[in-house]
Design a protein around this ligand. Structure first.
Ligand code: 6R9
Length: 649
């Protein structure tokens, strides 16, 4: 395979795309020199009920923090995603859905989507949902998931989508945090030929004595599988829809009214409810979707993310639908029943833009021992990557095997907190370097700082911060504004701290190096090590646990758990499996440790702080470069851990 390190924009693409290099420079310059003027203009891409006169009111000062965009404007997110397209695009396909079983296909036009959303919004109202209420959504990848989100937004309710892979305990804590009265789910989900008991998980979550607020559970019949139906609490989606009116006025929301909460892991404590508001988020999601993917009217756009993650929110629902795009939604996974599925879907639906994750690309790459099965890729124009750093080898494989060397790759760096893409190439403007997310989007001012907070100029490596606000930025941690300030604005005062490290090269390109905090990225899913540790120590046999990430060929990072058992407990293979299963049921399958190593002792400082730096090195097999262990209370524990590591088999 070639090791080309620069892939210049073709003159043809520069000519035909929305933004070329000169335009990028000009617009970027304007966006940072005159943000008010820039965003006044681009704020118009959204339909406002009452136009905004205020643009940006922001302070990143940790003692007096505020973030407001378009604050006196009013709008409705769903009106922007649906109603405003009815006139010109009423019969255009909004959603193409392909089931886990490819023989199941559905399409919804914008007009049909409007009817479904209006009816379900009325159904929500009939169940007592009011403006400002938090509604929990725990759904499979079916159009009804998007309909549920858009229906909440239509009536000013705040949705909180929980990924279908989370366990009942995780669901319970999220429902509780948002004090949801209504939960929307389905009987089961189907992925890769297997069913997942969503409703049963909700039932278990609601059995927890801590969950006191839920009054109604709306259940979509997806598979017809058996469920326990709780009279008075559970209601069928289709029964509500059967009596619901097709007319539902969209609620007039203030730009800074909340649109949704989405939980994400941090380096400490339980997951945070990242709060996004309406106006700035909609402007930013739609604008980035248009420019980053060079989206053109009538293109088919496929994002493989689950709606349970921010990518599913911004780039499967709000961004593309605000732009009137045709979105392909897939219930299952693109490498099931085999790796040819992805190519077949591109071919079947004439996909023009594909947005997926490095972990999937690496999985395909590992399975495609004789090259990726041939498919007609002639519709494909732009390919995206998101979720974690893409290694150059996977980048080149994606470029050659899926894009057939015809499609630029946009490696988009962003976070749940940022609402939309912050650093990414623009197809017609940016020469590509495999592994680099390249340059900032309009209005985004990234910078690197050392651990003392000093700005690093020119080429260098450091902590990635953002110096000023952009419209899609999160506004708070739901119910805990102090935590918002503390997590993002106290580490480096006056700056938004991303938690990522990055390098900037001589061309000003950013190369994200990964998290610098105690967050690990497993197959593009963020997990706080503290969360997994507290699940482990909740097991009756465990005295102490320390969790770190280690390099994993497919997942990017795997989960490595060091576990100290209670003195009277025996180490055994059985217990090892039981602990993995335990974490799975405490948090979800995605958090289950890949490796559990018994640790009679953990490396600690004299003050009792676990020194993870050593644990990371041992997990990564970098034992020859452990570094200075003299600050450890008992340096000999390291030898024991290294021995165990070597004998792990
Ligand atoms: C959108 C999303 C955010 C974290 C982020 C970073 C990593 C995401 C990346 C990337 C390198 C990219 N990340 N995209 N790292 N290159 N293109 O993934 O949000 O789930 O909140 O994760 O993912 O570490 O800080 P989220």
């Amino acid at each position: 395979m070639s090791t080309q390190s620069l892939y210049p924009v073709s003159p043809e693409l520069a000519e035909n795309s929305k933004i070329n290099e000169d335009q990028y420079r000009k617009m970027y310059q304007e966006s940072v020199v005159n943000p008010e003027g820039f965003w006044r203009e681009h704020g118009q891409r959204i339909s406002w009920f009452k136009p905004f006169t205020k643009i940006k009111k922001v302070s990143f000062d940790d003692h007096n923090l505020f973030i407001n965009w378009f604050a006196d404007g009013t709008l409705n997110a769903t009106y922007n995603c649906v109603d405003r397209h009815l006139e010109a695009r009423g019969d255009k396909t909004a959603i193409i859905w392909e089931g886990d079983d490819p023989s199941e296909q559905r399409t919804l036009t914008y007009r049909q989507l409007h009817i479904e959303v209006s009816k379900f919004a009325n159904a929500l109202r009939s169940q007592g949902v009011r403006k400002g209420d938090v509604v929990t959504i725990y759904m499979p990848m079916v159009p009804e998931a998007a309909i549920a989100m858009l229906s909440c937004a239509r009536i000013g309710a705040v949705h909180s989508v929980i990924f279908g892979g989370f366990s009942p305990d995780s669901i319970a804590s999220r429902i509780n945090d948002g004090s949801s009265r209504v939960v929307i789910t389905s009987d089961e989900a189907i992925r890769g030929g297997r069913t997942i008991p969503l409703k049963a998980n909700i039932d278990l979550a609601l059995q927890s004595p801590d969950v006191k607020t839920v009054e109604k559970v709306i259940v979509l019949n997806r598979t017809g599988g058996h469920i326990d139906f709780v009279e008075g609490r559970d209601v069928w989606w289709h029964e509500l829809m059967a009596v619901s009116s097709e007319y539902c006025q969209a609620e007039e929301q203030n730009a800074e009214d909340p649109l949704f909460i989405l939980y994400t892991s941090g380096s400490t404590g339980s997951p945070k409810g990242v709060l996004h508001t309406t106006g700035g988020y909609m402007v930013y999601a739609s604008m980035t979707h248009e420019y980053v993917f060079d989206y053109r009217e009538d293109e088919v756009y496929w994002c493989t993310a689950d709606v349970g993650w921010i990518t599913g929110h911004s780039y499967m629902v709000y961004g593309p639908l605000a732009n009137g795009a045709t979105v392909l939604m897939h219930e299952g996974v693109p490498n099931w029943p085999d790796i040819s599925r992805m190519g077949e879907m591109i071919e079947r639906h004439n996909v023009n833009i594909l947005y997926t994750a490095p972990t999937l690309i690496r999985a395909l790459m590992a399975q495609a021992t004789e090259g990726y099965p041939n498919f007609d890729s002639s519709s494909l124009r732009i390919m995206g990557s998101v979720g974690e750093p893409i290694n150059p080898e996977a980048w080149r494989w994606y470029y050659q095997e899926i894009g057939k060397e015809q499609c630029p790759i946009v490696d988009t760096w962003w976070q749940t907190e940022t609402g939309g893409v912050l650093i990414s190439p623009l197809p017609g403007a940016t020469d590509l370097k495999p592994g680099s997310a390249t340059r900032p989007f309009f209005g985004v001012q990234p910078a690197l700082v050392d651990n003392m907070g000093n700005l690093i100029d020119g080429e260098g490596e450091g902590n990635l911060v953002i110096l000023d606000s952009w419209p899609g930025q999160m506004r708070s941690v739901y119910g805990d504004h102090e935590r918002f300030v503390l997590t993002y604005f106290k580490t480096f005062r006056g700056m938004y701290f991303t938690g990522d490290g990055a390098r900037r090269d001589g061309d000003g390109y950013y190369w994200i190096t990964g998290r610098v905090d105690d967050v690990i990225n497993v197959s593009g899913h963020r997990l706080g090590t503290a969360e997994i540790e507290s699940a482990l120590v909740a097991h009756p046999d465990v005295a102490e646990a320390a969790v770190v990430g280690y390099p994993h060929d497919i997942k990017g990072q795997g989960i490595y758990a060091y576990v100290t058992l209670n003195a009277d407990k025996e180490e055994s293979e059985e217990l090892r499996q039981a602990l993995r299963q335990w974490v799975r049921s405490e948090i979800g399958a995605l958090a289950s440790p890949d490796l559990v190593q018994w640790a009679p002792g953990l490396p600690k400082t004299r003050s009792g702080k676990i020194m993870r730096r050593f644990l990371r090195k041992i997990a990564a097999d970098e034992v020859s470069a452990l570094g200075d262990a003299s600050t450890l209370a008992d340096p000999t524990v390291l030898d024991g851990l290294i021995d165990q590591r070597m004998n792990r088999g």
